[in-house]
Ligand binder design. Sequence first.
Ligand SMILES: [Zn+2]
Ligand SMILES: [Zn+2]
Length: 421
Amino acid sequence: MISNPFSSAFFAQCSTCAGLLNRSSALQCSQCRCVYYCSEACQRRHANQPDNPGLAHKAWCARLRLFRQRAPALAELPFGFASVTTADTFDSQCLSRFLLERGLLGRGMWRRECYAWLGVHPHPFDDDDNDADIGGVPLPGDLAPDPDPFALPDEAAVLVEAPSTVSATEPPPRISSWSDYYQMRGLPADSPVCVLMQWPLTLYHLLFERLPVDAPDAYKRLTATVGDNRPCQLRRIVVHLIGVEKEVELIPALCELAKLAPGFSFRLVLVGKEVSPSVHKSVHTELDGRFRVSVYRGLYHQVAAGLLNQKHQDGITDSGDEESSCPARPDLIVAFNAGFAASISWPATLEFLKKLAIRTYVTDYCEFSMELSAVMCDKLGIGTLTPQRINPFRSPIRVPNEQLDLPSYSNAFISELVYPA
Ligand SMILES: [Zn+2]
Ligand SMILES: [Zn+2]
């Protein structure tokens, strides 16, 4: 394989001027070891950030140092390959090799995992506010469905059914860690399927592990009819997912949520501005209608306002909504890998969420990004983010970051967005 000249193991970006640097010879902040500079002038400028004092490095350095110390805790995962995929030299080229060795590169639901296969390099030249400009990459939703979405024959055979240990008349089982999940599913510790399952398992964790602690009353209402031997009285759970991209192509994996909790029917509403127009308003139904996903292209506050308004005009009540393709008011809202500070559309969405006041969880790649989100919520008067916790169902694949040498993983941290009373 040709050595990748843009590999983040070799390259870094100056935190001030964004110039590309050779990582091994670049100036580095000796305190936090998270940021790089091309010159002492750039380092001095970054320390105070005259045009954006909130981002002055001297205000963040000590905290970044603490975040960096979290690397071993984040890398602690029960998978045979974890020492490889959590190494600080693991980059997009290593990921290609990892997938290739397992016969997964460019197959099924793995196609979005590796930009090399999609024919582009995502870093370091892409621009957060110009997401569409990654030439040649099909929009999320435009990859043709693959008849073998998992591309792992043993796993696919196991995952096609619900686990034999779960029942519609029992409360959902405690699944607190990847080890619990793998054991329950009888998966070997070297199975990479967790990379795909981070999404449904994070949702499962939020609904059945976090909610009972964070909102016991809401959880009781949500699970009221489960466990009283009336399996036909499925309790419906509606979850809105904000800012989705590749998740629209992961429906076979997302369906695991319903397989693990057979006492419920699930309505997921996936909204993302980068989603292909070809899947806008599409509805996918699995498990005899017990699991339904609707996809919308657009900004969440616009799409959700339309959905809720339409609901109101139609006079459809929540309980009579089973056959409607348009789900009702959500029980929970989740924003995966949100990064409020990284997108110009978040302030309007946050204002909308504050008015809606529905329980909202947020995940992020790294603590710094989540902290910036918290600062933004505070500034806009949206509310606060609860102290972030490490997500037991984070991805085991370390994401390279040229700008900030902090351990980053998809869905690594979880916070709840608490609106003002
Ligand atoms: Zn510089
Ligand atoms: Zn520093």
